[in-house]
Ligand binder design. Structure first.
Ligand code: FE2
Ligand code: FE2
Length: 181
C-alpha cells in the first residue's frame, strides 16, 4: 500500500472511530462490552472486534448507499448485535439449541438489561441473523444494513482474510495509547 493510500485509509478509520465514540462511548467503555474481548467470534477474531467492525462497516455501507439512517441508533445496535456474553464454542456456557438461532435473544435480553434501547436498536439485534431466523425479517433500513454488514464481516473473518494495513495501524495505536494512559 502506498503512503498516500495508507494515509487515506487511516483518515477514514479515524473518522469512523470518532463516530463510534460520539454515539456509543457508554457501550464501548462498559465492563460487559469490554469482556467480549476474550470471546472468539469467527476464526481468531474476538466478539469485541467483530462488533466494532460491523458498526464501522454499517456506517460505511449506509454512506455508499446514500441511505438516510439514524447513525447513532444504527451504530449502537450494531455494537450490541452479538452482546450474548458467553463463549459460544463452549457447550456448557451457552443456552440449549443452535447458537445461530438462540444468540439474538440472549443478546437482546442482555442489552435491554444494561442499556436503554430504541425500537431500531431492538430490531437490529433481533433480526441480524436473517435469513437464518426466517420469520425475523429486518423492519427498518438500519437493521437491513447491519444484517448485510454482519454477513460481510463474518465472511471475511471465517475465510481469515487479512485486515487492511491502515485499520491494523489505527487499532495498534489505540491499544498502545490505552496501555500508556
Ligand atoms: Fe450474531
Ligand atoms: Fe455478528
Amino acid at each position: 500500500m502506498t503512503p498516500a493510500r495508507l494515509n487515506k485509509e487511516y483518515s477514514k478509520h479515524r473518522e469512523l472511530h470518532k463516530k463510534l465514540d460520539e454515539y456509543a462511548s457508554d457501550i464501548l467503555s462498559s465492563e460487559s462490552f469490554q469482556s467480549t474481548r476474550v470471546h472468539v467470534q469467527h476464526g481468531s477474531i474476538p466478539v469485541h472486534r467483530h462488533c466494532i467492525d460491523v458498526a464501522k462497516q454499517s456506517l460505511t455501507l449506509s454512506h455508499i448507499l446514500h441511505a438516510r439512517v439514524n447513525e447513532r441508533e444504527m451504530t449502537r445496535g450494531a455494537l450490541l448485535h452479538d452482546y450474548f456474553l458467553y463463549d459460544w464454542h463452549n457447550k456448557e456456557a451457552r443456552p440449549k439449541g443452535l447458537h445461530g438461532y438462540t444468540h439474538p435473544d440472549s443478546a437482546l435480553r442482555n442489552a435491554q438489561r444494561d442499556f436503554d434501547l430504541s425500537d431500531i436498536e431492538k430490531d437490529i439485534i433481533r433480526s441480524h441473523m436473517w435469513p437464518l431466523t426466517l420469520r425475523r425479517i429486518p423492519q427498518c433500513k438500519e437493521a437491513w444494513i447491519v444484517t448485510l454488514a454482519d454477513k460481510y464481516c463474518s465472511t471475511l473473518e471465517t475465510l481469515k482474510l487479512k485486515r487492511g494495513a491502515a485499520q491494523q495501524y489505527i487499532e495498534n495505536r489505540r491499544r498502545n495509547q490505552s496501555v500508556q494512559g
